[in-house]
Design a protein around this ligand. Structure first.
Ligand SMILES: [Zn+2]
Length: 239
């Protein structure tokens, strides 16, 4: 039996880890500005390019916000999503998009059912506002991706379960990255119709209908994704 030596960790990952330590050390609060890129690169002992790569990845995770010409600010020390290693694992899997969809089909119908039981009136109002925004976005001929992520995230928030929320947010983020790379276009009218049905079920406090509506929605997503080759210009469907 041969055991290969431990691979040296890629530098960008270690810069990300070190930056996360700095942000979470307690020296910085939400809204604080980090030292300039030049100063940070010197303090961390890395190149400006490695630092920028790490800043971009932490921005994607919602930990930092880079405002051009103004500096880098702390958004949320914990970030929106699960750890980079978990995201890295998902990204490295073959067939990731289909595997992610399958996992969402297991998780999200139950989340929708719990949301129907637990959502506050304010949360339902937020979901209605989100759906209205989707109509505006679709009418402008723009992709629904961001609004779609917001819609599913709001439902995950309604559950009031931190684990479910973090896992779903992370899956959404990874799916969004995959989708924007591989799947052009969409079928907005189908998305809007199915989202409307999900919202109605949650608003009516019907866990059974919410579970079914979400299951049907994700089923459509799977079917459409399979039918749509990545090279096709016909378009894919936002989940
Ligand atoms: Zn959706």
């Amino acid at each position: 039996m041969t055991i290969s030596p431990v691979k040296k960790q890629k530098l960008p990952d270690s810069v990300v880890d070190r930056l996360l330590e700095v942000v979470r050390s307690g020296q910085f609060n939400t809204g604080d500005r980090l030292p300039s890129e030049r100063v940070l690169a010197v303090q961390l002992g890395v190149s400006r390019a490695s630092l920028r790569d790490a800043l971009t990845r932490l921005e994607m995770l919602g930990v930092l916000e880079v405002r051009q010409g103004d500096g880098t600010f702390v958004c949320s020390p914990e970030g929106r999503t699960l750890s980079l290693p978990f995201q890295g694992l998902l990204r490295s899997l073959p067939q990731t998009a289909q595997d992610l969809l399958e996992f969402r089909r297991i998780l999200e119908p139950e989340a929708a059912a719990l949301a129907a039981e637990r959502a506050t009136p304010a949360q339902i109002a937020s979901l209605q506002a989100c759906l209205r925004q989707q109509h505006v976005t679709a009418a402008q001929g723009l992709r629904l991706s961001q609004d779609d992520i917001a819609f599913h995230t709001l439902i995950a928030q309604m559950v009031g379960n931190t684990v479910i929320l973090r896992v779903l947010e992370t899956l959404q983020q990874v799916m969004q990255d995959l989708r924007s790379r591989t799947l052009p276009g969409q079928y907005p009218e189908i998305t809007l119709r199915e989202h409307t049905r999900i919202l109605a079920a949650i608003g009516n406090r019907s866990p059974v209908e919410a579970r079914q509506a979400m299951a049907d929605h994700l089923e459509t997503v799977v079917r459409t994704a399979v039918e749509t080759p990545s090279t096709s210009s016909k378009g894919a469907y936002d989940a």
